[in-house]
Each structure stands twice: as C-alpha cells, then as structure tokens.
Design a protein around this ligand. Structure first.
Ligand code: IPM
Ligand code: MG
Length: 346
C-alpha cells in the first residue's frame, strides 16, 4: 500500500487548532478507507520566529521540498506586527511558495447552500456559485526586482524617501499558469477569463498576448475571454456566476480571490492549493492552505471553523495523493455541516 507523506505546518493563531481537527480527518481515512499517511509537523511563521528567530528554518524548507504535500494553517498575529520586514511571519509563507516554485494557486469559491444567506449579496446572485480563481503565485510585484525603500531627493521630495516594487512577468511564467488554468477549465465548464490591466501596464499587454497564444496553439477548444481586472472586480460582485475559471497575476489574484471568497458568505470556509511542476511521482509539488488568516481575535477559544483546512486536505487528496473519490467524499460531508459548527462525520 502507498504511504503518502504530509508535512503539517500549523503556524499561528487558529492554525494549530484547525489542524487538530484535520488530524482527526486523516485518522478517519486511515481507519476507514485504508489510506496510510506519514505525517510530520514543523514550525512556520511567528511560531518559527519564536524558536529560531526566522519565520522558516532551512531544515523545514528542506523537508517541505521532500514530502508529497505540505498543509499549512495560517501565519501572523499582532505579536509580530512590528518585526523587521525580513522576518515577518508572511516571509515564511512566501519563501515556501517561491522555493517550491508553486506557481499555480487554485482558489475555488463555491457557495455552500447553508451559507447563501450569509453572503453580502442576494441569495439569487450567489446560490450555486462555483468558480475557480487560478492566481499566479511566484512572480509579479510580490517578487520583482528592484524593490525596496531608499532615500530620494527628486524635486518636491527633498529629504524624502521612495518605495519601489516591480511588476515583472516573463512569457514562460505567464504560459505555465495559463496552461494550468486551461487544463482545469477542461475538467469544469471549459471557460477561462483572463484578467490584467493591459490598458495601463506593459506586463498586462504581455499577459494578454501570452494567454491568447497558449489558447490559440494548445487549448483552442476552451472558451477564452479577457477582462481588465478592475472590471473583473465589478463583474464578480455584479454577476459572479458568469465565470468558470479566472486566471490572473499574483497581486490581482490576491485581491480578486478575497472578493470572490466573500461572495460565498465566509472567507473562513474556503481552501486553496498551490501547485508547482510535477515531481518524480508524477504529482505536482504542492502546498495546501485555507484562505482564511490566523484570526488572532478568536484563537484558542475553540470557535474557529476547521472546514477550510479540512477542505484543503481534501484538495491534497485530489491533487497530491490521487484519491479523487475520497476527496469528493469528504467534500460532500463538509457541505452538510452548519456554518458555525462541524464535527467530523463518521
Ligand atoms: C494570501 C495572503 C498572503 C498573500 C499574505 C499572508 C502574504 O493574503 O495568501 O492571499 O498576500 O499572498
Ligand atoms: Mg490574500
């Protein structure tokens, strides 16, 4: 029988408590479905900073590179807000994404029926919503050089400073995430909408041209449309069900996926998968994490809903462990839970 390796990084805030619930789900699969997991656990974010003085140790990074999948809880909290930028909890997360080269971030936004009335939009706009945002995760303004804060004495700013970040995309980076989006669309409703700001950014022009190239040369069977990201934001709150798969860059994807998540009634219920190139076993290098943050205001009170983290594990079953049937099984069970309480079903 195959043993699947899993590195659990609970992180900060509600991370450890939601992960405790995921461990019960893993135990359930071992006891009832004959799956076998080799689970190890380590530190990330503020929890790693407290012990090592950095938000991700080299040893943990190395482990993450070797396992079939990483499951991360959440990072950050008020205790770490004033740390130097280079050791902030978020840097640990960004290092994992970058060094594992997890370029395709899948953020599904599905509206659970029980939650449709919790959405800030009307039930008839969001009921049955099922969209997938594919966010580029390893490039763009998050990582582009040059970056930094320096002194600046340009006229009108004498004695002042300047903050610089660089939006930068290569053809290769755009094409690989576009391919991921088209592949996923083929398994869904066969439609991709690509979002950028080609009206003001050269990187947006390149984005549009390269996505179109991949479509015309490799995925002509999939319907492709393009939209400026600001219009995309508006369309997401106007009529979100018009979308199937949305592919977009790192920063627009960060923002649009939060908006899409909220359509479903709660950011706290959604999983995500970050996938890279195939490993020797043919499965993609992968990290799974709930879309929600560390929620320090409710941490340690037993109130945190673990569904997003459990569904992230379900995504691991599908994409890393080739256990699609078992992933669907758990997803069906989670859908029956109430929005505020969910115990693993037996
Ligand atoms: C996300 C988060 C992260 C991001 C933060 C925690 C660095 O907002 O995963 O969407 O900006 O990518
Ligand atoms: Mg975000």
């Amino acid at each position: 029988m195959t043993t699947y390796s899993l590195l659990i990084l609970p992180g900060d805030g509600i991370g450890p408590e939601v992960m405790t619930e995921v461990r019960k789900v893993i135990g359930w699969f071992e006891a009832n479905k004959g799956l076998k997991f080799d689970v190890s656990e380590d530190l990330v974010g503020g929890a790693a900073y407290d012990v090592h003085g950095i938000p991700l140790s080299d040893a943990t990074m190395q482990k993450a590179q070797e396992v079939d999948a990483v499951l991360l809880g959440a990072v950050g909290g008020p205790k770490y807000d004033n740390l130097d930028f280079s050791v902030k909890p978020e840097r640990g997360l960004l290092r994992l994404r970058k060094e594992m080269d997890l370029f395709a971030n899948l953020r599904p936004a599905q509206c659970f029926d029980a939650l449709a009335d919790f959405s800030s939009l009307k039930r008839d706009v969001v009921a049955g919503l099922d969209i997938l945002i594919v966010r580029e995760l390893t490039s763009g303004v998050y990582f582009g050089q040059p970056r930094g804060i320096s002194e600046d004495n340009t006229p009108g700013n004498e004695g002042g400073r300047v903050g610089v970040n660089t939006q930068r995309y290569t053809s290769g980076e755009i094409r690989r995430v576009a391919r991921a989006a088209f592949e996923l669309a083929r398994k869904r409703n066969n439609r991709v909408c690509s979002m950028e700001k080609a009206n003001v950014m050269e990187s947006g022009i390149l984005w549009r041209e390269e996505v179109q190239w991949v479509h015309d040369n490799e995925y002509a069977d999939v319907e492709l449309t393009h939209m400026y990201a600001d219009n995309g934001a508006m369309q997401l709150v106007r009529n979100p069900r018009q979308f199937d798969v949305i592919v977009t860059d790192n920063l627009f994807g960060d923002i649009l996926s939060d908006a899409a998540a909220m359509l479903t009634g709660s950011l706290g219920m959604l999983p995500s998968a970050s996938l890279g190139a195939p490993m020797a076993n043919g499965r993609p290098k992968a990290m799974y994490e709930p879309v929600h943050g560390s929620a320090p205001d409710i941490a340690g009170q037993g109130k945190a809903n673990p569904i997003a983290c459990i569904l992230s594990f379900a995504m691991a079953l599908r994409y890393s462990y080739n256990e699609g049937d078992n992933a669907a099984l758990w997803k069906a069970r989670s859908r029956k839970c109430s929005p505020t309480a969910c115990a693993p079903a037996t």
